[in-house]
Design a protein. Structure first.
Ligand code: C2E
Ligand code: CA
Ligand code: CA
Ligand code: CA
Length: 276
């Protein structure tokens, strides 16, 4: 047994050494990619279900020279602190893109940017956001900051006060991946939330499964009672889109419309819509 124990230990220490090395390697690659402007933002259209028009967009990070999805490298950026320069780049790139579309006469109701709770906790983040949006004349009410629900579970007083400061500065807030955090819904009363982005796992079953549609219905009712708008994520079929519209859901995004597009393609997408 002793022998086995030692082998197991060796195995675990080798495994963790390998992981640490992978992380270190990824961190170095990401640092280089930031310097070399290797990251891109793509934009996924967000539709108003009433008018059936694209009225907003969510910025999603892409790293084209690798096959890695943001879920695979953002956690490492968070662990290593790289999320701060990376997050600054993401926010300033998105704000500049908004300004470009604005100058071209393409008015989006809002632009949604994902932020990490670590950015919120960073002193100076809010002041930076304020000076950035001022510089590009982006009205703060047109910037939506998406924060994942799971992160709010660890809501420290500091995060709460930062969220309130953001709201006071005029920015709008969305709870991302809503429904996946197993949280008490109490926090919704305490936070100044504008949008609930219902996680796409809830959309999957709404057509075939009565329980799934009942759950979705309950989320919609609650949001309406609290004066919070719903953004349905992961809409993939026309049946899902129509069902959501019937329930009074305001906004939707998903592969039914399109995946996230590089800026030039997003522009063409808007052009095609205004010609239609
Ligand atoms: P998220 O914010 O929940 O983003 C939605 C994800 O679902 C995106 O994956 C998007 O491409 C994908 N998606 C959109 N519509 C559909 C659909 O109809 N069906 C399916 N199956 N998937 C759909 P992506 O781009 O791989 O992003 C994954 C996660 O990485 C994001 O989840 C977000 O948490 C994080 N992330 C992405 N960009 C950023 C960023 O700029 N900053 C931060 N902090 N996190 C980001
Ligand atoms: Ca998001
Ligand atoms: Ca989400
Ligand atoms: Ca997510």
């Amino acid at each position: 047994a002793r022998q086995t124990g030692r082998n197991t230990l060796d195995y675990f220490s080798e495994e963790s050494a390998r992981r640490a090395q992978e992380k270190w390697h990824l961190e170095r690659q990401m640092t280089e990619a930031l310097a070399a402007h290797d990251f891109q933002l793509h934009y996924q259209p967000i539709f108003d279900l009433d008018s059936n028009r694209c009225i907003a967009a969510e910025a999603l990070l892409r790293w084209p020279s690798t096959q890695l999805a943001p879920d695979q490298f953002i956690p490492v950026a968070e662990e290593t602190g790289l999320i701060h320069p990376m997050g600054n780049w993401i926010l300033s790139t998105a704000v500049r893109q908004w300004a470009q579309w604005h100058d071209e006469g393409r008015e989006l109701t809002y632009l949604s940017v994902n932020i990490s709770v670590l950015q919120l906790q960073q002193p100076g983040f809010i002041d930076q956001a304020i000076s950035l949006t001022k510089q590009y004349h982006l009205p703060p009410g047109r910037l939506v900051l998406e924060i994942t629900e799971s992160i709010l579970l660890q809501t420290s007083p500091n995060v709460l006060s930062q969220i309130n400061r953001l709201r006071q500065a005029g920015y709008r807030l969305a709870i991302d991946d809503f429904g996946t955090g197993f949280s008490s819904l109490n926090y919704l009363k305490q936070l100044p939330i504008d949008y609930l982005k219902v996680d796409r796992s809830f959309v999957e079953g709404i057509i075939e499964n009565n329980q799934d549609s009942a759950i979705y219905r309950a989320i919609v009712d609650m949001a309406m009672a609290m004066d919070i708008e719903i953004v349905a994520e992961g809409v993939e079929t026309p049946q899902q889109m129509l069902w959501l519209k019937q329930q009074g859901v305001t906004f939707a995004q998903g592969y039914f419309y399109t995946q996230a597009l590089p800026p030039e393609k997003f522009t063409l997408y808007l052009n095609a819509q205004s010609e239609a």
